[in-house]
Design a protein around this ligand. Structure first.
Ligand code: SF4
Length: 172
């Protein structure tokens, strides 16, 4: 099982996962059964890498030396994504950082998506969790920002179409 699948299983089991330095923090600990514990131990390095936020002092919106210049469309998408996250109660800095990360992803041709770009996601819940392979509707922040290929994904308008991705469109 890959780290992304494991993260989904942990969320489905009601566990919130975060990192503290090089350690994983799983809450509430009482929900961690033997099978999940074993899987977490095996996948720990990958989970820590996946959940560690980018360097806050690192490059941000339009600041990377040598980075591709953002087009007007990139900026429009960035602003729409950021505004949606702020509407959902994200801190402005978190919303800006994640919106910028998605814009950088677009430039690479990476077809993985995040729940925050899916019209089935709203404030920590997935409206199609069964189609997505989740056992429960709750989607924690760490899963919502995880780039993945989800069978239930339906893009909001700010996600540009790309080969191999669900082309359905909607309003955010
Ligand atoms: S359908 Fe998939 S991508 Fe969309 S909110 Fe649910 S889990 Fe996330």
């Amino acid at each position: 099982m890959g780290a992304a699948d494991l993260l989904r299983d942990l969320n489905s089991a009601g566990l919130q996962v975060s990192v503290s330095g090089a350690n994983l923090v799983l809450r509430p600990a009482g929900k961690l059964n033997g099978k999940l514990r074993e899987a977490v131990l095996k996948a720990k390095p990958e989970l820590v890498r996946m959940l560690t936020p980018p360097d806050p002092a690192g490059p941000t919106f339009g600041a990377e030396p040598g980075a591709p210049v953002w087009s007007a469309q990139d900026i429009e998408r960035y602003l729409a994504r950021r505004a949606r996250l702020v509407r959902w109660g994200w801190a402005a800095a978190d919303a800006a950082e994640f919106a910028a990360r998605l814009t950088r992803r677009d430039a690479t041709g990476d077809t993985r998506v995040a729940c925050t770009e899916c019209r089935r996601y709203e404030r920590g819940r997935c409206a199609q969790h069964r189609a997505a392979g989740l056992q429960a509707a709750a989607v924690g922040r760490e899963l919502a920002v995880l780039l993945q290929h989800c069978p239930g994904f339906a893009p909001v308008a700010s996600r540009p179409p790309a080969a191999g991705r669900n082309q359905e469109d909607s309003k955010s």
